[in-house]
Design a protein around this ligand. Structure first.
Ligand code: LLP
Length: 424
């Protein structure tokens, strides 16, 4: 899986550029992102959801370059902090195409959203509705009410958000969602554009999206029946799962759209409602496969049981996903031909924790040695955006490739960068 191509000479290329050349120019660890792959996936979503709204979830990966690609491709953008909004603004992202999320938006987040005039704010608590109602904004802020529809997407608990018993949204089953709608409609200074739900992340079960669409349309119908208001928008969130390794399930936009839009249309027909404009919020599905991380092997040794350990120059600071979610990846040796057969090794990071393991069951050439380069595919989403400076290791750069040319998007974090914030 992923965007890299194996050339006949054994070189792995992305966007027409050999990864070894990028490693030479920019050093390792290195995040590479394939611009054309990102743009292709944006178009695939727009084609599958014609006349609807596709909002890229910036939390997966955001910098000015990425925001420009998303804007140029005609997508909207979901941001969840003043920081993400600042990057979107700096890229000139059109305000009306921005949605602001967050279960605990600070005054700074809301202030930034109102001053930039973002297209929609997705409200997540009664207190937030009260706070927004108390601000005088012109034009009136357009809101979506975030609903917890009680649909389980059968994904990792840490990224499950469609069920009761987690921190996001107003529960449908308890009546909190209907009450939130009542309160927003009761405020003359607020404009209710519609409803929102998001089931979670890395979901491959189409039934879940079908069920959520039907429940959300039923709530739209209940709103019409109670208030005589037909809400124009229904945001069904993101969370579309991808294959990180060969053989894993991968949701294509086509079948996803068929099920999701099909369920929404059928439910609307049943409730005699006009079909609202549907919004979806893919993050991972747009950018995960466009990313490749290149590491350099620093040491090779055996653990006490004789298991081979291959340690690289990155780790949980550039990819916390294995330690947080048990996420599984593959790696591949690049830059030289291997002699002899393969063996199963554990690829570990450089950080001062035993849990800093990148791949538990990697198949690598038996002669893997210090100095070798390893490429890890499918690292475009929630890698750079979740990177840390743990152990005061600087975050890697992000380099974009397209049509045989490379261009840095984010430079490597230096020791000066790290010291700049240290003001004591
Ligand atoms: N919309 C909302 C409201 C969200 O909270 C999210 C992700 C998305 C859309 C996009 O979800 P996606 O299509 O990317 O799955 N750090 C975790 C993933 C956290 C997702 C948080 N919310 C990971 O690395 O797996």
């Amino acid at each position: 899986p992923g965007t890299a191509h194996l050339r006949a000479d054994g070189e792995l290329t992305v966007g027409g550029v050999p990864l070894t050349e990028l490693a030479r120019r920019y050093g390792t660890p290195l995040h590479v992102v394939d611009e054309e792959d990102v743009r292709r996936r944006c178009r695939a979503f727009l084609r599958a959801f014609p006349d609807q709204e596709v909002a890229y979830a910036g939390k997966a990966f955001l910098c000015r370059g990425m925001a420009r690609w998303i804007a140029e491709e005609g997508l909207s953008l979901d941001v969840c902090s003043a920081g993400e909004l600042a990057v979107a603004r700096a890229a000139g992202f059109p305000a009306e195409r921005i949605l602001m999320h967050g279960n605990a938006k600070t005054p700074g987040d809301l202030g930034a959203a109102l001053s930039y005039g973002v297209g929609r704010i997705v409200v997540d608590s009664f207190g937030e509705i009260t706070r927004l109602a108390a601000t005088v904004a012109s034009p009136r802020p357009r809101l979506l009410v975030r609903v917890t529809p009680g649909v389980d997407g059968h994904t990792h608990a840490a990224v499950t958000t469609g069920t009761d018993g987690q921190k996001f949204g107003f529960s449908l089953s308890s009546g909190a969602a209907a009450e939130a709608v009542r309160r927003v409609l009761g405020q003359r200074g607020l404009d209710l554009a519609g409803l929102h739900c998001h089931l979670g992340s890395q979901i491959t079960d189409l039934d879940a999206f079908d069920r959520a669409a039907r429940r959300m349309v039923a709530l739209l119908a209940a709103v019409r029946d109670e208030h005589g208001v037909t809400l124009p928008q229904l945001d069904l969130g993101g969370g579309f799962g991808i294959a990180y390794r060969a053989g894993e399930p991968d949701l294509d936009p086509g079948p996803l759209a068929e099920r999701m839009l099909g369920a929404a249309r059928a439910a609307c027909a049943e409730h005699r409602l006009p079909v609202p404009r549907i919004t979806i919020e893919p993050g991972r599905a747009i950018v995960a496969r466009a990313g490749v991380t290149v590491y350099r092997v620093v040491s090779v040794k055996r653990d006490a049981a004789g298991g081979p350990l291959v340690a690289v120059d990155g780790g949980m600071s550039d990819n916390p996903r294995p330690s947080l979610y048990g996420a599984r990846y593959s790696v591949r040796l690049i830059g030289r031909r291997a002699a002899g057969g393969d063996r199963v090794v554990t690829v570990v990071g450089r950080h001062c924790e035993a849990g800093d393991v990148l791949v538990r069951d990697a198949t690598l050439p038996a002669d893997v040695r210090p100095g070798d380069l390893l490429a890890m595919p499918c690292t475009g989403a929630y890698h750079h955006s979740m990177a840390s400076n743990y152990n005061l290791v600087g975050r890697p750069p992000v380099v974009a490739v397209r049509a045989g040319a490379a261009r840095p998007l984010v430079r490597r974090e230096t020791e000066e960068d790290l010291l700049r914030r240290d003001v004591g």
